[in-house]
Design a protein around this ligand. Structure first.
Ligand SMILES: *[C@@H]1O[C@H](CO)[C@@H](O)[C@H](O)[C@H]1NC(C)=O
Ligand SMILES: *[C@@H]1O[C@H](CO)[C@@H](O)[C@H](O)[C@H]1NC(C)=O
Ligand SMILES: *[C@@H]1O[C@H](CO)[C@@H](O)[C@H](O)[C@H]1NC(C)=O
Ligand SMILES: *[C@@H]1O[C@H](CO)[C@@H](O)[C@H](O)[C@H]1NC(C)=O
Ligand SMILES: *[C@@H]1O[C@H](CO)[C@@H](O)[C@H](O)[C@H]1NC(C)=O
Length: 345
């Protein structure tokens, strides 16, 4: 097997064909900012303050504190989700520079990220980034663009609540040499027009990436839109049941391809066999008491390209509030497993 694989690897240099199918576990999660003032507590100080004594059952006070706690407390549980679930690619939204730095410290030196602060393209504002585990994944290239009428420069769509960006990362699964693109985004909360332009720019750009070598493209993030919501079109534009809106002409000239208009995204939840869909439906919990569903909605998604090259294996919206802890975020983590390196359609 090794022999035929290495022959294929030699051929791959000429044909771009990968050696074998590989599996990747991805996570998308709006982790939410450090809204408490930066308390200056280091990661090591938090770790040394943890109580190593395990309580007995009668001491337990389940779901005692559902309020939003400081990032310095929440970060331990956020990192544990990534590590325990053996995530390889983690698209993160809604975090500041300090949180990115803390996560690198907690996840370990094999983790790195591609991404920038959205307010200046450097370190200001929230990150919409992609972490990956370098034991499994390597990065080939990345760039960001703004979800506005001037995508190549730091800019905000008129009427949008915030600067909004997409981070495009070309990744490679080291074990098989299969390449794929991951786009992380967080569409605007205030303006549906801003979301429509954002979703159109991303779908158009993803078509270009998929057209190059037929490799899969995944979109991970929060659309601030739910399927079927009459005041939010981003899900429908992304999944191709609504047309893209007009976008910047330099951008469309730069990324034009034969599939610019026919390409769309497939919801990984739809693509997963019913017996392999698990966990919650809603991707939002709110900082609410356990059982309070008033904030529930499906607004984070994992999508894969309509042009194939991938197969959905498992999908799960996980937990963000364990009975002896606190809310890790306002949002729940969304995991999925896909095979890459399968023939494109
Ligand atoms: C935190 O503690 C670990 C283990 O003791 C140590 O290796 C690391 O250097 C410390 N980190 C910082 C930033 O001091
Ligand atoms: C540590 O946990 C034990 C078991 O729940 C408890 O009895 C003890 O008071 C805790 N210590 C501190 C300093 O919180
Ligand atoms: C549970 O822990 C508390 C506090 O340490 C202790 O007072 C109590 O006796 C323990 N109960 C049992 C059943 O062990
Ligand atoms: C929750 O924990 C925070 C931080 O320790 C504290 O300020 C707050 O009072 C707690 N809330 C409840 C309901 O226990
Ligand atoms: C289009 O490509 C040119 C050349 O690479 C670049 O300078 C420009 O910023 C791009 N424009 C957009 C909107 O992507």
């Amino acid at each position: 097997m090794k022999f035929s694989c290495s022959i294929l690897a030699v051929l791959a240099a000429f044909t771009s064909a990968a050696c074998a199918t590989g599996n990747v576990r991805m996570l998308t999660w709006v982790v939410k900012p450090d809204s408490a003032p930066n308390d200056g507590i280091s990661v090591n100080e938090t770790i040394s303050s943890l109580n190593s004594t395990v309580p007995n059952d009668s001491e337990m006070n389940y779901y005692a504190n559902y309020t939003q706690l400081a990032w310095s407390t929440r970060r331990i549980a956020v990192a544990n989700e990534v590590l325990f679930n053996k995530v390889q690619v983690f698209a993160i939204q809604g975090v500041y520079t300090r949180q990115m730095t803390d996560l690198i410290e907690l996840l370990g030196s094999n983790w790195v990220y591609e991404g920038v602060g959205r307010d200046d393209g450097v370190e200001s504002g929230e990150y919409v980034a992609v972490f990956y585990d370098t034991d499994y994944i390597k990065s080939l290239s990345y760039d960001v663009f703004w979800l506005s009428n001037t995508p190549a420069t730091v800019s905000k769509y008129s009427g949008a609540g915030s600067y909004r960006i997409a981070t495009v990362v070309k990744l490679s699964l080291i074990s098989t040499g299969d390449d794929f693109t991951v786009i992380s985004t967080h569409l605007d909360d205030a303006s549906n027009d801003a979301r429509k332009v954002g979703a159109s720019l991303i779908r158009y750009r993803a078509a270009y990436e998929a057209s190059l070598k037929g490799e899969p493209v995944f979109l991970l993030g929060c659309l601030n839109s739910s399927p079927g919501d009459s005041s939010a079109d981003a899900y429908e534009i992304s999944t191709g049941t609504e047309d893209m809106v007009s976008i910047n002409s330099d951008f469309s000239a730069n990324y034009t391809s034969a599939i610019s208009n026919s390409f769309y995204f497939i919801d990984v939840l739809d693509a997963t066999k019913p017996e392999r869909r698990s966990g919650h439906f809603s991707t939002v919990s709110g900082w609410n008491k356990i059982g309070d569903t008033s904030s529930f909605e499906r607004s984070s998604f994992g999508f894969g390209s309509s042009t194939g090259g991938w197969l959905a294996q498992r999908y799960r919206v996980g937990e963000n509030f364990f009975d002896d802890e606190y809310h890790q975020s306002l949002h729940r983590p969304l995991y999925f497993d896909v095979s890459v390196g399968v023939p494109a359609m």
